[in-house]
Design a protein around this ligand. Structure first.
Ligand code: GCB
Length: 635
């Protein structure tokens, strides 16, 4: 399929599925809508919100690994249980066992196998793993001191995609989803001294997964974010949700986990505001605070991203977080931050650090390098963290640096909208994302997905996600990057947002590539008309054109820096004509890796729509957008 026909297909909704050979699936989806379990059932038993601020044993470093493309460590031939000789998670020393008896043999040995440094996607670890898409086992040991009544947890910030966790040969749990944190209690699995941890990580995607198999980004399989062993008292603070309301109040919900969770005092204090309060948990372990915000409180905003240290204490457990207070709302076609209209001067970002061989190694430094280009380079105040939850390091840095965030889950293109498994996975992912980041002032928008064809099944699926997000966090806005219908009326392009999902959204967002995909030309872009059925703000959630850094042919053709700059000029001129436009997040800050893009001259495995190259070289369009945002900021 050509790119043009893909675009057309996307615009035609179900026709897209037909083109991908999914016609019958799409039809089946039309018939029955999936049952919706209560949102409360999506909440993991253990959340450990803010775990990043707890002390812990960091398991980053060298791990043994074993490739297992045919999943022999999980199942043997004909679907039988895996043969013990292939079970990588066993708590044995293979060489010692082999030495005992000449008939004993194994078909793996983690100790004598290769090693990889984690965290970091495996793509970049070894040339032979560049496009590996399957199961890999990881193993290491760590020491644990006696727990003496404490509890122990393994906290995973993200593993892509399906993870089985074993401690000392015993299965601890399974998690699906490549971008959200999960925590397993391992109190009863640990022993004093040396312990072994094994992970089976399967990167494959298919009809039940979120995202689906085909995306426009790299595989990035493996352990992409840190893993830590965390200890807590028997009863500890598992979750907190602290926010500022339009009525000028600081409202918080704190949830304890443990044998003494009910009827226990919890204190909340913000030393810089001289604010301290105590509340007692109810029988379910939840304490609520509703306090008048002191006069001196400085609200968080991109120009002044004030954060306060908020400390929660109960019994022997105490947790401090840096939290900003602000409100976000829509009024008519405007977005209001702290009650004032604000234009979102943004850009999209994939989770990929600068460099020729990225591995999704997001540290404070690699995240800062990207975000500084947005904040000071482009004069931005907003990032769309597409198309999945990015590292907590990034959202916390956005809090610090003053960048509003659009946070999204990978409900992307042809997810199985009629598939109960995909529905459950997506809903859990949304819960894990919202519950992780609802204390981040920077996060202003939860997005329920990107470029999905409108069908009853999809509207139900994504509408439920919008309801879920609102139920868990009524203090933020909901959006989704939508497809728009375009046609020429009297020779002028008309783009209409007529997606029924809009009813569930606070902000309409449109991905628009007029004059890149399709047959339209640059001169068609500035006069393009935008129509919407309702009075809501619109964001251009994507627009962009590929350009190879350093490519300057005389005729300003596609793939040249000049074409990309002209494309930006044309689309920004069009943006200026849309009265209900409240923001922009063009596609994209940096060129990024994707197996979809294999033009041997211009792409070579990279989507070139970055305003900077993979190594950070700015293209001409960077300056066009930076000037536009500078002028917007001055207004
Ligand atoms: C889109 C997708 C994004 C792609 C981009 C492109 O609409 O949302 O994931 O990478 O277009 O470059 O085509």
């Amino acid at each position: 399929m050509t790119i043009t026909s893909r675009r057309t297909a996307l615009r035609l909704g179900t026709a897209f599925a037909a083109l991908l050979g999914l016609g019958s699936t799409a039809k089946a989806q039309e018939t029955a809508l999936l049952a919706v379990s209560p949102a409360a059932s999506l909440r993991p038993d253990i959340l450990m919100t803010g775990a990043i601020n707890r002390e812990g044993l960091d398991l980053s470093g060298s791990w043994a690994y074993s490739k297992d493309l045919y999943q022999t460590g999980k199942t043997d031939i004909l679907g039988w249980a895996a043969a013990p000789r292939a079970q990588r998670f066993r708590d044995v020393n293979v060489a010692v066992e082999e030495a005992k008896d000449k008939y004993t043999f194994f078909e793996y040995d983690m100790d004598r196998g290769p090693r990889m440094t984690l965290p970091g996607a495996w793509n970049a670890a070894e040339p032979e793993l560049r496009y590996y898409d399957g199961l890999i086992w990881f193993q290491r040991t760590f020491d644990s001191k006696p727990l003496n009544g404490q509890r122990a947890f393994l906290r995973f910030e993200a593993v892509n995609y399906l993870t089985e966790v074993y401690v000392n040969g015993q299965k601890v749990g399974t998690h699906e989803g490549g971008f959200t944190p999960f925590t397993f209690e391992v109190t009863k699995f640990l022993r004093g001294g040396e312990n072994q941890i094994t992970l089976g990580v399967d990167s494959t995607h298919g009809e039940h997964t979120v995202p689906p198999k085909v995306t426009d980004w790299d595989i990035y399989g493996g352990v992409t974010r840190p893993i830590r062993l965390i200890r807590t008292p028997a009863t500890y603070i598992d979750d907190s949700y602290v926010r500022y309301t339009e009525a000028g109040r600081i409202v918080a919900t704190v949830r304890l986990n443990g044998p003494d969770a009910g009827g226990k005092p919890v204190s909340l204090s913000i030393a810089a505001l001289k604010l301290t309060s105590t509340a007692t948990t109810d029988a379910s372990g939840e304490a609520r605070f509703d306090l008048k915000a002191p006069k001196g409180l400085k609200l968080w905003a991109p120009d002044a991203p004030t954060l306060y240290e908020v400390t929660l204490t109960t019994g022997d457990d105490s947790l401090t977080d840096r939290i900003g207070f602000r409100t976000i709302a829509v009024k008519g076609t405007q977005v209001l931050l702290n009650g004032q209209p604000i234009f979102l001067r943004g850009i999209c970002l994939h989770e990929e650090e600068f460099g020729a061989t990225p591995a999704r190694r997001i540290t404070k430094d690699t995240a800062r390098a990207l975000l500084t280009e947005v904040k000071t380079g482009l004069n931005g105040n907003f990032v769309r963290l597409s198309h999945y939850p990015h590292s907590e390091v990034t959202t916390r840095l956005c809090d610090e640096m003053g960048l509003m965030v659009w946070s999204e889950i990978p409900v992307y293109w042809s997810v199985g909208f009629g598939d109960a498994k995909a529905f459950e996975v997506a809903r859990r992912m949304m819960a894990e994302n919202v519950l992780r980041d609802r204390n981040r002032a920077a996060v202003v928008i939860w997005s329920v997905g990107n470029e999905t064809p409108s069908t009853p099944a999809r509207n139900h699926f994504m509408g439920t996600l919008a309801d879920d997000a609102r139920a868990m966090d009524p203090s933020r806005l909901i959006s989704a990057a939508l497809l728009v219908h375009k046609k020429k009326v009297d020779g002028v392009l008309e783009a209409t947002i007529d997606d029924p999902l809009v009813a569930k959204l606070d902000i309409m967002s449109a991905n628009t590539y007029t004059a890149w995909y399709g047959n339209d030309r640059l001169e068609d872009v500035p006069p393009q008309r935008w129509k919407a059925p309702v009075e809501k703000p619109l964001i251009f959630s994507e627009f962009g054109a590929d350009a190879l850094a350093g490519y300057h042919p005389d005729d300003r053709r596609k793939y040249s820096e000049e074409f990309q700059a002209d494309f930006y000029r044309a689309t920004l001129a069009n943006a200026d004509t849309v009265p209900f436009l409240a923001g922009l997040s063009p596609w994209i800050l940096k060129d990024f890796q994707t197996p979809r893009r294999e033009h041997p001259v211009y792409q070579k495995g990279w989507n070139r729509k970055g305003l900077v190259s993979e190594t950070g070289v700015r293209k001409q369009a960077f300056g066009v957008l930076a000037d536009y945002y500078r002028a917007k900021a001055a207004k």
